[in-house]
Design a protein. Sequence first.
Length: 565
Amino acid sequence: MRYSLLLGLACITFAKAQVSDTPGLGEHRYSEDLTDSYERIDPRKDGWESERQGEEFAARLKEFIAALTDGETPDPDLFTPNFKTSPLRPMNLDAIKIENITVQRGKKLPELLVDFIAPPWKDFDSAVKVTRIENLVCEALITIKKKGRQINATWKCSWTSGFLLRSIQVINYEEITSPPLLQDVTASVLGKTTAYQEQLLRSTDHWRLRLPRDFGLDAPANHGMAIGDINGDGREDLYLCQQGGLPNRLFVQEADGSLRDISAESKTDILDYCAAALLIDLDNDGDKDLVLSQDFKIIFFENLDGKGHFELVFGSSTRAQSFSLSAADIDEDGLLDVYICGYNPSFSAARSGALGEPIPFHDANNGGPNMLWQNKGDWSFEDISEKVGLDIDNTRFSLAASWEDYDNDGDLDLYVANDFGRNCLYQNQGMQPNDLPFFKNIAGDLNLEDTSAGMSTNWGDINRDGRMDLYVSNMFSSAGNRITFQNQFKTEVDQSVRSHYQRMARGNTLFQGNIDGSFTDVSMTTQTTMARWCWGSTFTDLNNDGWVDILAANGFITAEDTGDL
């Protein structure tokens, strides 16, 4: 799991998972080598006064907000006698209405006032994340929501040493009123299949207790999917990768929108651990073929009859465990080529567990290499990574890549999102005499390295100016934001290294493409950093108004919510 990232950010406090059927979970005796490390998870024992304060601040704020959402007056014992606050719901808000969605925001919020006016938040749900702490002053992200309405706010709170609130200043406020944009139809679409009932509804912990680890049960659940019409009926079908020991699934879409499982008859029910899949036409016969990233291998299946009956026709070992695939015709020969993002190297003494050992943590360059497989026709493929210059900066724990002609010069460029450090933008320099393009990493020149924990990358024109913009999903960590700004954090390194760690906790990044070919980081002004622990994202026009929106998927294996992730 990404514990190495969290531990690298500092001694982040985790609640012990409350999974009743996991053997040994209640055991609190550790080997001598681990006892000290486990004890230091408690900030009280590890000297992290700011983390102890953070726990208290969050608990008091949750109690305060719980009273408001219960329609009650907060307990006076939470405040000092001279407690002051600005209006928790500002009176004068600027409103933006987009069809049936209304967004209200406060720009010039008032200073602290003496009188406390309870906002109309009865029966709302709430969440609190303390993100910064300095000298008994904290910043907290506040989420208040009810069906069709959500408030996002940032509070600056001042406290006494006895954890009484001196003041609350609202420094950001946003209120969204909207009908549901999306509806969960998983059960109605998949509910009739045995795979859904017996496998997909089971938790990772369920399978961890039943499948040997050697099958490839990956703790972060890096299992992808692919969508495409595999039988030529005009409806999109779904291929789903599962953990090793459970078969991958191919579902075809019926006329009523439900999915039917044809995994076995299609011969695509692979039992090996697979992380990614593509449904693309590799032989230009008009139907979708299948590409799979199978741990340390890549395999290609031909769609034999255009009806979803597949046959394995090519496979090769890779030089890394791969977690994602992307396709493009990079040599302009009319055949799709496949790029594989490499993560763990095939052979490494440093590898331990699913994520290996990134060295150095904030700028790792000891991962497995990525590969570009050229499609030579007749189901023949060649690794041409070195021939086209993609062997440079190529061992960086890559998790995602996307192709786009970002510079509008008529050829495709490649952006690669890397874990534990800086990303790469490989600009296509044009064709060489060997009829292959040559790529050069210019991410540093364009300020696009986005040093963080890159997990997805997408291109879209957010302002319709004809220049492509770039969105990269990373991770937001409230614990990381608190800890990396403390004076006691990594005192042995200079500020530039500390800044890298601080950046790694900030969250996602939106780069706006400029007319001169440069990019501007507009993440903060567009408020697009906070997508929690974000694995994937995409640009899409959700409400058909002609402007691309951002859809971000987040989450992680967890138990009792500590509020940190």
